[in-house]
Design a binder for this molecule. Sequence first.
Ligand SMILES: [Mn+2]
Length: 307
Amino acid sequence: MIVDTPPQPWTGRDDGPGPEHARWHQMITPWEGQSAPCVIGFASDEGVRRNGGRVGAAGGPAALRTALAPLAARAVVHDAGDVAVSGTELEAGQERLAEAVRTILDAGGLPVVLGGGHEVAYGTSTGLAHSARALAGKRIGVINIDAHFDLRDAEVPTSGTPFRQLASEAAAEGRVFSYAVVGISEANNTRILFDTAAELGVQVLLDHECGDHGRLRTFVAEFCAGVDLVHLTIDLDALPASVAPGVSAPAGFGISLDAVRLACRTVASSGRLAVLEVAELNPSYDIDGRTARTAARLIDEVLATRS
Ligand SMILES: [Mn+2]
């Protein structure tokens, strides 16, 4: 597997030897084909730049590793390094990411993709679609926790187009495109995006509907039950800007961290999680690392609760 930056040593607080003191940075090892969770970074903000957003998400993978490093080790995790988009070559980077994700999946691993702008989702989901499990007929479903649909129709791929691209490719290949979004803001998506979502059969839970946790749990559980392989992608701009200030496009309202946790835990316990992804962390705008710390906790929790 070819990545642009091989896995680097992790560092952090060391309380001594032994599993009782173990933290992520002491437990994690380079990925060598193991069938375990494996982080892979996508250092890109070219999609955000093309989408007119504030750049900086290319620093996401490093900031997420820094936030994960001191957490107590609860499971074995590996690191495959980073795919890095240099300059404007976004499409080539997405292809490399897809190949890396496919390779980890075909080894029986669980890719944990650290974005990067939300253009990361196109590479990740393409890798899942090309995996042996998907080619054997398993149904893929994408659950996006996001204030935005990211279903834009644009001349070139951006951070606002990945799910539109995936829908078009699925249609061209005669595959079903199953896509659900949790946390959509009616104020931050124009009518044409709602129309596109309706045409594509996208399942939508609006931001103000996420306060009803019974409804949220049912929405996510039923979506998972209808597919075999779930790509869970968390756009950190789904959270309130007070919780997640370090993102490319902060939300006006956002949905509560409790709601995001519930959605994540529901996917994790479905038994169908195939790929986990965090997108849109922009460390340049973070405050005391709080967005990165929140994202790290969500990753850790999903890995600890998955069945
Ligand atoms: Mn997004």
